[in-house]
Design a protein around this ligand. Structure first.
Ligand SMILES: [Zn+2]
Ligand SMILES: [Zn+2]
Length: 442
């Protein structure tokens, strides 16, 4: 595992577990630590989240640099009856934590990161404010042993020469120098030794009490237990198997394009979430609290005019729910007050160069160019300026295999667009349409 400079801080994915008042978001208490190993999946200890929260309160989490509070939904204990648990939250991981393949043994250097001994500060007005201070703790595995965990029975555990203060429960235990999670911190092991027996001094007759020496060791759930963790949030699979799923369609927020005439009608609208769950959106189609019941991601609805069948977004072409055939329009991904200004009616035609297999992995790109219809196959040489500032002159007969930058090796894809515009708004800003101006051609 490399820990290059591009990795985000651990506090992106290692998060505090908090109980807040549902109506006011006031923080009531801090319950432990949790962490993200996959999109929408928070892992923690069951003993941190199993108690029913007080009335009108809920378990939540938040990232330190983000004001949003996220409710933990679908809180579930590991089906193997261990002290591990999962919850769904609408967050994607960013700090590249991975699950260890195998168990580790005595002598392994480890560290943990979490939110022990957190302080809830009371402000003068009676409000509370959380001092979100993380701690980094390190040590090593002193032994792997059977631990009798009250209420959970015998469990294989890592004993650690490391302090694991209250609140660190649920924190990932990681192999030193990596972001490989090998276990989950759950408490400490107090080992008491009698160093002197009680006795009565024969000379003075004074009673001397028994002297105990207490040693504290950290405790963490064993790698094997974490790999086998199974809940509804892992779709009934052991965690190690679930993590092999394809998460590339997951988003923190989903935008659905819906035919405007359907919203407010008596139609049931199906909203397919990237997690695989289809949320049924029934009349009267309230947009408040619209989220996925499984992964908890937020949904945003954009109602579109009749005739728009698909939207070109920075992430690809997205169909409009409720319209089968019609125009493709472009959404630049920006929030707009006036939705209509976001959309320019454009008709997308062929994509050229997409299916050409260069035989080797392209070195950069592909870069997409927008081009007016009628130019490909004409007698014009088409001027394509690459991102690397090298210009490709693409001569007739416009052979797809020549759609490649000679300087940087990038592949080019040409998207034919028809319509009145000379620019397309994309996620990278305004892009000119090749052929809208004479200098694009020779
Ligand atoms: Zn979902
Ligand atoms: Zn180039």
């Amino acid at each position: 595992m490399s820990t290059g400079p591009s990795l985000k801080h651990l506090d992106v994915d290692v998060l505090p577990t908090l109980i807040v008042r549902t109506d006011t978001s006031q923080i009531i208490s801090f319950e432990g630590t949790g962490f993200l190993l996959a999109p929408n999946l928070l892992l923690t200890c069951w003993h941190c989240v199993r108690a029913a929260p007080p009335e009108n309160c809920s378990y939540t989490t938040k990232r330190p640099d983000d004001d949003r509070i996220h409710f933990l939904i679908n809180i579930q204990q590991d089906e193997n009856n261990t002290d591990l648990a999962t919850a769904n939250i609408p967050l994607l991981p960013g700090a590249n934590l991975t699950l260890a393949d195998s168990n580790y043994y005595e002598g392994t250097d480890v560290y943990a990161f979490g939110f022990p001994l957190l302080n809830v500060e009371r402000l003068p007005g009676g409000d509370t404010q959380l001092a979100l201070d993380f701690r980094y703790l390190k040590g090593y595995v002193t032994r792997v042993f059977w631990f009798d965990q009250p209420e959970f029975g015998r469990t294989m555990a890592y004993e650690l020469d490391m302090s694991t203060p209250e609140g660190l429960s649920g924190a990932p235990l990681m192999k030193m120098g990596s972001r490989e999670v090998i276990g989950v911190v759950f408490g400490s092991n107090e080992v008491t030794r009698i160093t002197a027996f009680a006795r009565v001094d024969p000379d003075t007759g004074e009673r001397e009490p028994e002297v105990h020496k207490v040693m504290y060791f950290g405790l963490a759930h064993f790698t094997e237990a974490l790999k086998k963790l199974t809940t509804g949030a892992t779709r009934g699979l052991p965690l190690s198997e679930y993590l092999k799923e394809d998460f590339s369609n997951r988003r923190e927020r989903y935008v659905f394009y819906v035919r405007g005439a359907l919203v407010g009608s008596d139609a049931r609208i199906e909203l397919p979430c990237g997690c695989g769950t289809v949320r049924l959106w029934d009349p009267p189609h309230s947009t408040s609290d619209l989220f996925c019941s499984w992964c908890d991601s937020r949904f945003t609805i954009r109602g579109l005019m009749d005739g728009a069948a698909a939207v070109s977004t920075p992430e690809g072409i997205v169909p409009v729910i409720g319209t089968e055939k019609g125009l493709v329009i472009v959404d630049d991904g920006e929030e707009a007050d006036d939705e209509e200004e976001t959309f320019i009616p454009l008709k997308l035609g062929d994509r050229i160069g997409e299916n050409f297999d260069p035989g080797s992995e392209p070195k950069a790109g592909p870069y997409v160019f927008f081009i007016k219809p009628g130019l490909i196959g004409s007698a014009h040489t088409i001027i394509l300026p690459c991102m690397c500032k090298t210009v490709l002159r693409w001569p007739p007969p416009h052979d797809e295999s020549a759609l490649e930058c000679r300087a940087c090796g990038a592949r080019f894809i040409l998207q034919v667009v028809d319509g009145p515009a000379d620019h397309v708004m994309t996620g990278d800003g305004s892009v000119k349409i090749i052929g809208a101006n004479p200098e694009d051609l020779e």
